[in-house]
Ligand binder design. Structure first.
Ligand code: ADP
Ligand code: ZN
Length: 295
């Protein structure tokens, strides 16, 4: 069975065709310009593809409340051309098939649980460290939603005593995203993360903040696996530093062997690599298909 998938990012849109086993058969991507231009390309890609359902993992904030008049909208995004855009509605109009819709990070968490690093488990979190920091969560088999949806990338963190960087979150300045996203690294050090690989101080500080976010998430959600992706997490030397910092912060309080002894298998890069988001969108499509068949 063919399923459609869209990874709707603030920088680029990735569209793909896959199957119910998470295999990607075909894909394309284009920059996130105006909604009109992007939607035209999306429709062109899926036209005549015989997909049975479509999944969309989107940047946000988005409206996930099915009872809301603005369900399926991208809502108050700072990317102004995209604010108040009815993404699901525009696609549904062209393709009257079941459509699954969730945040980009929830989609990635779903992909990792179905086919990646959290396979066989019923909970995990997926953190992306890129242009922003976002976290998706699955708890007891369900994608976590809420009043709107969690915004765990903006949790508050304790400042490193030697860090004088003010932070660059437009809302909170020195929240986790404001201190540790790709642009925060670039602003603090004057170079992009990919050019700072050999500078140990950069990654010590990065791990100091990311580990606080992860420790908080362990305490709040008790996830069975923690997956960290996104451009910044390509710096593989970050992982052991995060492991050490998380253990130090928890200080033996969370008494499970995955935290105490096997933390390298607990906090890991994506099993699906760069495909987590797109595979997750295939997962959303499949869930929408199954749900529709049960009706
Ligand atoms: P997006 O968040 O837009 O989907 P990315 O996850 O690639 O895309 O995030 C882009 C950010 O990640 C930029 O700030 C960039 O400098 C940083 N980045 C990308 N690749 C790397 C890398 N290999 N090492 C460190 N930082 C990186
Ligand atoms: Zn913030």
């Amino acid at each position: 069975m063919l399923l459609g998938a869209i990874e709707a990012g603030g920088t680029k849109f990735v569209c793909g065709i896959g199957d119910e086993n998470g295999n990607i058969i075909e894909r394309t991507s284009f920059p996130t310009t105006t909604p009109d231009e992007v939607l035209e390309q999306v429709v062109k890609f899926f036209r005549d593809k015989d997909i049975k359902a479509l999944g969309i993992g989107s940047f946000g904030p988005i409206d996930l409340d099915r009872t809301s008049e603005t369900f399926g909208y991208i809502t108050s995004t700072p990317k102004l051309q995209w604010a108040n855009i009815n993404l699901v509605g525009a696609i549904k109009k062209e393709f009257p098939i079941p459509i699954g819709f969730d945040t980009d990070v929830n989609a990635a968490a779903l992909g990792e649980m179905k086919w990646g690093a959290a396979k066989g488990l019923n909970s995990c979190i997926y953190m992306t460290i890129g242009t922003g920091i976002g976290v998706g969560a699955i708890s007891e088999g369900h994608l976590v939603h809420g009043l709107i949806h969690p915004e765990m990338g903006h949790m508050l963190v304790r400042r490193h005593p030697e860090d004088s960087f003010a932070g660059n979150c437009p809302y909170h300045k020195d929240c986790l995203e404001g201190m540790a996203s790709g642009p925060a690294i670039e602003k603090r050090w004057g170079k992009k993360g990919q050019e700072l690989e050999k500078n140990e101080k950069v990654w010590d500080l990065e791990a100091y903040y990311i580990a606080q976010g992860i420790a908080n998430l362990i305490l709040v959600l008790s996830p069975k696996k923690i997956i960290i992706g996104g451009g910044v997490a390509k710096q593989k030397q970050l992982f052991p530093l995060i492991h050490q910092n998380v253990q130090a912060l928890l200080n033996g309080y969370v008494r499970h062997e995955v935290v105490l002894e096997n933390i390298a298998d607990y906090i890991v890069p994506p099993g699906l690599g760069d495909n987590a988001g797109l595979c997750g969108a295939i997962g959303l499509a499949y869930e929408a298909f199954l749900e529709n068949n049960q009706k």
